[in-house]
Design a protein around this ligand. Sequence first.
Ligand code: ATP
Ligand code: MG
Length: 258
Amino acid sequence: MTQIITVGNGKGGVTKTTTAVNLSYELSKKGKRTLIIDFDGQGDTTKFYLEDETPHYLGDVLLDRKFDINQAIYPALVNGAVQDNLFIIPARFDDAMTKLDMDLFSAPKREERLKLQLQKISEPFDYIVIDTQPGTSVLGLNAINAATRFLFPTDYSEHSIDGIEKLLTHIQDVLFVEEDEINYTVLPVKIDNRKKRKNEYGESYTSERWANKVAKTKIMDRSVFDDAEREHLPLSVFSKGHVAARYYSSLAAEIIND
Ligand SMILES: Nc1ncnc2c1ncn2[C@@H]1O[C@H](COP(=O)(O)OP(=O)(O)OP(=O)(O)O)[C@@H](O)[C@H]1O
Ligand SMILES: [Mg+2]
């Protein structure tokens, strides 16, 4: 069965896009047929995997009930070459995503359109990874309703951890469920070994609050992620032998073995 992983945090800039991009790449490298969907308002994920604007994008999938979702699924490009097992439903780079959110507002079944469309994919995926934007929106509701599990990246700051708490409450409201019915994993990111007090705070908060929900993999703070982002490349392609190249491969293994 397809696992649909929505990557989210109520706070901005906590590596949602980096996580979605690198996790989906590593899943595809492990032979899993993977689709990444770009719900980020700035089309950040799309910049990693496509060079030019495509004829179709997420908006066609969500706005037009009769649109064939399979037409908006494009092979992902890495360094200009088609990446085996990796596909993308792109966003747009201009303000089309804000307009899309407004247009969806009055559409029937506006919160479930992604979920309904995903059922019409003709060649099933092992994993679908959804990159989201912070805050609440109709787009965000679609990403929540479609998910079979959630991945919450967070650094060890109070703001970022609070961003998970807010999103968890929001998901409970949207899905009409209790917290223990939600399938989610907290992913510690941007961990800097030199920041001892911050790490103590983050580790004790996450382990007490989310005992069995914290990923074994931790993503350390490495400036090479910025460099890879500028080149629009997954880290293990940008810098193959780098120690950081193993982080998301290890996370992908953890998710597959779960
Ligand atoms: N492990 C890491 N160590 C250091 N910097 C990182 C790491 N992972 C990502 N970054 C950098 O942090 C910045 C924010 O990351 P990213 O864009 O993935 O966050 P986001 O949650 O998607 O942001 P937004 O809310 O704007 O969509 C980027 O410049 C990225 O390169
Ligand atoms: Mg982002």
